[in-house]
Design a protein around this ligand. Structure first.
Ligand SMILES: [Zn+2]
Length: 180
């Protein structure tokens, strides 16, 4: 075999069965890092310091910004965060509340346009007991939903099947985001 030539699968080891394989090598970085490593610094304070592509940011406002969730429930799962490191919604200033709401509405419109979703789950989990993964920095989830997105994967294998890589999703959402 020469470089660049595709190897014939029939000559490789293994016996085919009825299962499909979903290869998600990009997730290895997070699995290998483990949850503790990711907690060491606040990811929502760190993201705005990076470039949009590196921080998975789709839009930056005055007091709040929008980024992709690194651990999406669905393709296109967005988070709206204030820049300020505050833990709960009642700590947000009137301007932050208004802008989080405005960015959430725009995010829904953009996802409807680029992803053609049928519905949304919106929400803020506040406090670890309420399911917040990063409980020190407020964030609103925007989860796009499709009629066909629920399946047996999460139940039997603790696995979410995500058809698009994060970089591609960021590109399509960021380029459809209306510029002020
Ligand atoms: Zn923070």
């Amino acid at each position: 075999m020469t470089d660049g030539e595709l190897e014939d699968a029939a000559r490789l080891a293994g016996v085919p069965d009825e299962f499909q394989r979903l290869w998600t090598p990009h997730r290895m970085a997070y699995i290998a890092a483990g949850p503790e490593v990711l907690r060491e610094q606040c990811p929502f304070c760190a993201a705005p310091e990076k470039s949009d592509a590196d921080g998975l940011i789709v839009a930056r406002g005055r007091t709040a910004y929008v980024l992709l969730n690194l651990f999406p429930y669905n393709s296109g799962h967005l988070l709206v965060c204030p820049y300020r490191h505050i833990a709960t919604y009642d700590q947000a200033s009137p301007e932050e509340v208004a802008e989080i709401g405005e960015l959430t509405q725009i995010g829904m419109r953009v996802l409807r346009e680029v992803a053609g979703c049928d519905g949304f789950n919106l929400g803020m989990n506040q406090g670890a007991v309420a399911g917040a993964g990063v409980d020190a920095h407020l964030h609103q989830h925007i989860v796009p939903r499709w009629a066909t997105d629920a399946n047996f994967f999460p139940i039997i294998a603790k696995t979410k099947a995500l058809p698009q890589l994060l970089g591609e999703v960021r590109e399509s959402v960021a380029s459809a985001w209306p510029r002020a």
